[in-house]
Write a protein of this length. Structure first.
Length: 134
């Protein structure tokens, strides 16, 4: 997707908006997204729910892999949680293209806290579709 199409994708992304995500960078093959952890994002151990850390990484991945006018989606993703966080902290997901061949791509996303400590490592696999954006 072109830059304006990516911003349009994010304008329609109600899930990311509801979680308070902010797009800091949206360049082809690279994206940075931040999210402040709220009380309602904590699990039963008073730490950030892993699914929400994954959602942040997935949003950065989506921005990075939508590099042209093709609608590109996740074919799969894995995450490794390395450090817990809690309410009041700001998480930053930085997505970087590793390689694109044909319709498939591989992207790495590092999630850090405000001190720069690594919270999680995410690897996403993308596939370009024949879908048209809504």
């Amino acid at each position: 997707m072109t830059g304006s199409n990516v911003r349009e994708m994010m304008r329609r992304d109600r899930a990311s908006a509801a979680l308070g995500m902010v797009v800091e960078q949206d360049e082809p093959g690279h994206a940075v997204v931040t999210m402040r952890v709220r009380d309602d994002m904590l699990n039963g151990f008073a730490i950030t729910h892993g699914g929400l850390v994954f959602a942040l990484a997935d949003t950065a991945f989506a921005l990075a892999c939508n590099e042209d006018d093709r609608v590109t989606v996740a074919a799969g993703a894995d995450i490794t949680f390395l450090k817990s966080t809690t309410a009041g902290q700001t998480l930053t997901a930085t997505a970087t293209r590793r390689i694109v061949r044909g319709r498939t791509g591989l992207y790495d996303v590092t999630v850090t806290d405000e001190a720069g400590d690594t919270v999680a490592e995410f690897r996403g696999r993308s596939v370009a579709t024949t879908r048209t954006a809504p």
